[in-house]
Design a protein around this ligand. Structure first.
Ligand code: PHE
Length: 351
């Protein structure tokens, strides 16, 4: 009997060692402890054992049962733990996997120029004014001294909504708005960057383009203030060696009026293909605010004077980044825009 029990124990130990899953474990339970299981039958056999051997027999059977139960419990724990670990493994997020690359956009070259101009003028105490793109004839023309039928209107054909409303042809429209809003308060120091519209369409003109307007009004403002301000602007935007020159010109809302040129930043003023051998490049229009314009918007021209200037931001961006066609700025071609994902200085063209 003893021998038989030892053999059985060995067999049980081996069988448990080979168990691979819960099903096999359950099968073992049926095999040994089920209704007709091996250990169950041994247990039931006690009734046929002689009384004096019953005690020993019982102990031996008990020891097998204990072995079985302990092994069963141990194996069950082990399998359960394995199951949990496997589940945890499946459920974890592998943070070592590279994530999908998020494509970063880049600042549009026009916005870069606008921000640079804004930074400069804000540092000099100007406010940034945001005028409407849908303007009325009054602000875009009449209050700027372009009476109905004025010949200078012809140079600025645009998109009319009706007889009174139109898409503004120049940010100068903001001049009279700012003056009216300030009601004779001074000083006025604003720049107004924004979109403008004209009936144009070729490599250097677009039906929609961008300008920035500057307006300063106070007592005692002179042409010298305008000149110094534009000098600072030119040097900041195009380099410290840049010089400016004033040429007489005409705008209905400024008197005197001028065009302002800068020394060519490609050749330094010697003459090249960019400046058409003149050494100069036209930068902007400017002048002293016309007395009529001051008066019409509520400022006494005997007391106040002012200067204004306006320039195309597209031109500035085209110069700065050597962009050959203005329409590239407005067609949202990703291949073009992607080229401006570096720092400002790295994008600039060193002529
Ligand atoms: N608005 C003018 C233009 O578009 C430029 C300008 C602005 C001229 C301010 C003088 C003063 O051509």
């Amino acid at each position: 009997m003893q021998e038989k029990i030892e053999q059985l124990k060995q067999e049980i130990t081996e069988k448990f060692a080979n168990v691979k899953n819960m099903q096999e474990l359950q099968d073992l339970k049926v095999l040994y402890m089920g209704k007709k299981g091996i250990i169950t039958e041994l247990n039931n056999g006690i009734k046929d054992v002689a009384p004096e051997e019953k005690k020993e027999y019982g102990m031996l059977v008990n020891s097998v049962r204990t072995l079985f139960n302990d092994s069963f419990q141990a194996m069950q724990n082990k399998l359960q733990e394995e199951l949990i670990n496997e589940k945890l493994k499946k459920d974890t997020i592998d943070i070592s996997l590279p994530s999908k690359k998020i494509k970063r956009g880049s600042k549009h070259p026009l916005n870069r120029v606008i921000e640079e101009v804004e930074d400069l003028f804000v540092s000099m105490g100007y406010d940034v004014y945001d005028g409407p793109e849908l303007e009325d004839d009054e602000h875009c023309f009449r209050l700027l001294n372009y009476y109905v039928g004025h010949p200078a209107r012809d140079a600025q054909d645009t998109f009319y909504i009706d007889d009174e409303y139109l898409l503004r042809t120049q940010t100068s429209a903001s001049q009279s708005r700012v003056m009216q809003e300030n009601k004779e308060k001074t000083p006025i120091r604003i720049i107004c960057p924004g979109k403008t519209y004209r009936r144009d369409d070729d490599a250097t003109h677009s039906h929609q383009f961008s300008q920035v307007e500057g307006l300063v009004i106070d007592e005692g403002i002179s042409l010298a203030d305008l000149k110094r301000t534009l000098e600072i602007l030119a040097k900041k935007l195009l380099g410290n060696d840049t010089q400016i020159r004033f040429r007489p010109s005409y705008f209905p809302f400024t008197e005197p009026s001028c065009e302002v040129d800068v020394t060519c930043f490609k050749c330094g003023g010697h003459g090249c293909n960019l400046c058409k051998q003149t050494g100069w490049i036209e930068l902007l229009g400017a002048g002293m605010v016309h007395p009529n314009v001051l008066r019409m918007s509520g400022y006494d021209p005997e007391k106040y004077t002012g200067f204004a200037f306006g320039t195309g931001l597209d031109r500035l961006a085209m110069f700065k980044y050597a962009i050959p066609d203005i329409r590239l700025l407005y067609t949202n071609d990703i291949r073009f825009l992607e080229q401006f994902d570096r720092k400002d200085e790295e994008n600039e063209i060193k002529y």
